[in-house]
Ligand binder design. Structure first.
Ligand SMILES: Nc1ncnc2c1ncn2[C@@H]1O[C@H](COP(=O)(O)OP(=O)(O)O)[C@@H](O)[C@H]1O
Ligand SMILES: [Mg+2]
Length: 392
């Protein structure tokens, strides 16, 4: 196990295209990170995009689900740009989302935490209107001003309310530009605040009574809202009937099959490790083991049909990516660099056992009932079992 750690790789000088360099920004927005792919899709678009959309609906779909390689001229050079898959799962979900965004209604992505709702929303916004940054994060402290507008108080005192002294919210900026507003965790906002959206969605305008002459800000074509909500928070602040009617609900399920989950964890952890300037050494068998453990504990049933305890936390794909990344960092800093089943086990406990210590029991049961038995025949499972038991 104790191999000599190799020195971390020197930071690569190469930067992906776009104005923001990965060396100065920890996380680039999708429209910067995938600027080449978006540009290639634009150059190859054969259909007319809806008003103020950057791409046609078909190209937006291709951007999200990937699977094509396009010829394009980027930076004066003729290149082939592979379009990668961003969102894994049912392509019908993506199609319905795109159709909704072109319609009168707004889009609400609902599902368990960590199923990729924010991820999908970011990519849709990036592909459709070129920016994913017009975002409101819904919290218990979100106020109507965050949704509509506020004022530069000092200047209002000095000069009175004028259009220049108004601070537009991301929603208002999106309306003026015919862009998409992302509203994260909509159901965390109190009902009064949610209701501020009703007028925006039905009138497609915001009145500013403080300004002289009954000023109104009207939305341009292309304006729409992509909201997300966690099913676990549903009880917090249910959407009012008025608002429900103005949203199309698209349910995002937890990834159903193991193969897809392995692919997501593989691709996303490789991308994230690149961000940390660490060469990815997550081998497919290790990711498969991680995905198997997650799937079995999440379902409360092993692949051989044995019932096991389920923990209270949702073990989403996002959690699996987190464990893979932690395990890789752990192996890199304190091990030999190669991620083994033991690294997965060590970083697994924190993902499963959160606020409820009872969940430890579920993990213990999994170790003794499932992992130990498999360990008798398989070296990887033995390593996993031994390291897991040590942590519990
Ligand atoms: N179906 C999926 N396809 C691609 N990535 C996914 C998927 N599900 C989860 N992820 C990954 O999990 C991470 C967290 O997802 P996020 O969008 O924040 O979840 P949510 O908003 O549903 O709570 C993202 O980095 C994303 O890459
Ligand atoms: Mg989210």
């Amino acid at each position: 196990m104790a191999k000599k750690p190799t020195a971390p790789a020197a930071p690569s000088a190469a930067t992906s295209s776009g104005a923001v360099s990965p060396e100065t920004v920890l996380r680039e927005p999708a429209e910067k990170r995938y600027a080449d792919q978006l540009e290639a899709l634009r150059q190859n678009d054969t259909e007319t995009p809806p008003t103020n959309w950057k791409l046609s609906p078909r190209s937006v779909l291709t951007y999200v689900i990937g699977g094509k390689t396009l010829k394009a001229t980027i930076g004066g050079k003729s290149v082939e740009v592979p379009i990668t898959r961003k969102f894994f799962g049912d392509d019908g979900v993506v199609e319905r989302s795109i159709v909704t965004l072109a319609s009168e209604r707004a889009l609400l992505l609902v599902g368990e935490p960590g199923t990729g709702k924010s991820w999908l929303s970011e990519h849709l916004a990036a592909a459709i209107c070129g920016t994913s940054l017009l975002t409101i994060q819904g919290t218990a402290g979100t106020t109507e001003e965050h949704i509509k507008y506020s004022w530069n108080i000092a200047r209002v005192i000095a000069e009175g309310p004028t259009a220049q002294n108004m601070i537009a919210s991301p929603a208002m900026i999106a309306m003026k530009g015919g862009a998409l507003l992302r509203f994260e965790e909509l159901t965390r906002c109190v009902p009064d605040v949610q209701d501020a959206l009703v007028s925006i969605l039905s009138d497609k305008a915001v009145a500013v009574p403080e300004l002289p002459g009954d000023a109104m800000v009207f939305a341009k074509p292309g304006f729409n809202i992509i909201a997300t909500a966690n099913t676990r928070d549903q009880g917090v602040n249910e959407l009012s009937a008025a608002l429900k009617r103005r949203f199309n609900y698209v349910y995002i399920p937890i990834v159903g099959d193991q193969k897809t989950e392995v692919k997501i964890v593989q691709q996303r952890s490789a991308e994230l490790l690149e961000r940390y300037n660490l060469p990815a050494k997550l081998s497919p068998p290790v990711i498969e083991l991680l995905a198997t453990v997650f799937r079995e504990i999440r379902n409360g049933k092993t692949s051989d049909g044995v019932s096991i305890k389920k923990p209270s936390t949702t073990l989403s794909t996002a959690e699996a990516i987190g464990v893979a990344l932690d395990a890789a960092l752990h192996a890199r800093f304190f091990g030999g660099g190669e991620v083994g089943p033991a690294d997965i086990a060590r970083n697994m406990v924190g993902a499963v056992v959160k606020e409820d210590q009872e969940d430890k029991v579920a993990l213990k049961e999994y170790a003794t009932v499932v992992a130990k038995k498999r360990g008798a025949k398989d070296k990887s499972w033995k390593e996993f079992h031994d390291a897991l038991v040590e942590q519990l």
